[in-house]
Design a binder for this molecule. Sequence first.
Ligand code: UDP
Ligand code: MG
Length: 339
Amino acid sequence: MPEALPHRSVVRPLLSVVVPAFNEASNLEPFFEELEPVLRETRLPWELILVDDGSRDETWQRIRVLHDRDPRVRGVRFSRNFGHQYALLAGLSRSRGDAIVTMDADLQHPPAVIVRMLEEWRKGSQIVHTVREDSGSEPLFKRMSSRLFYRVFSFLSGTRLSSGMADFRLVDKRVARSLLDFPEEGVFLRGLVHWIGFPSSSVSFACQPRFSGSTSYTVRRMLRFAWTGVTSFSLVPLRLCIVLGFLTSGFAFEQLLEALYRKLVLNANVPGWTQTMVVLSFLFGVLFILLGILGEYVGRVLIEVRRRPRFIVRDELGATGDAGSTVGLCDESGGSPAS
Ligand code: UDP
Ligand code: MG
């Protein structure tokens, strides 16, 4: 009986739940209260890995309280805010489960869905995606922008993503291992889990409103996230530059022919400076856009070749055991001197 198992880290858990948390102090307790009965219901041994992504509130203290209450709750604390995607990666790198569920700490992802995900996993899906049902709880702007992004992303990268995908999914440990083998910066897990293949299926869920606090994805952060996703997956923007270059040179060439025609055939005056200025500023504008896009990719190459650690762990609660630190983290002893 799984319930009779001692709550010690020597027990190899079968189910890991990875939850990134950034300023979620007020959500962690209610989240755990809702998650725990569901995990009990699965009758599997489990572990919960809460990753504190450099929160400025009491998040880490709350994780500590939960860990003291139930040692199956483990904690990883970053030295600063590294971002949601890296928090997910850190959680995956620490997981020892055969099935690993990733979800948000704000109760937008209902824990009850885990039961259905496990059913799919048992049937042989090594990745179980979730798709948000349009429940209307998300602001219209967020829904529209997310739909637009997935369209554009699928077009640019050739990796089909359907809209409403969330970082709420179950992956088999083999999938997690493959994900950790990607050494790249600017990880975009939503794209990668499609790119790597493996048999997959999806379950739908009704997205709940955030329990408390506010989203940390501001418009600026969402745009940056989207741009990182696109540039880490696709070279199409660079190719679009070439197309745009051809189009504008075509336009300039046409203007040149027109000027020659006026001068040589019609023997008329070539209208001067307005036209010149228009064409010039247009061409320069395009040129700067192209240089900007080029620069973005050069910048990404720099980021990749620097090979900095993708996240730095300041503190850890609960045994790390044999969980590999195959990600950017240099060593397992990433804990602070105090830990
Ligand atoms: N999160 C994180 N680091 C960040 C931003 C967010 O770990 O820099 C976590 C956050 O605590 C939550 C999840 O990622 O558990 C999703 O973030 P949020 O709810 O703010 O985004 P939304 O659901 O509005 O897209
Ligand atoms: Mg949320």
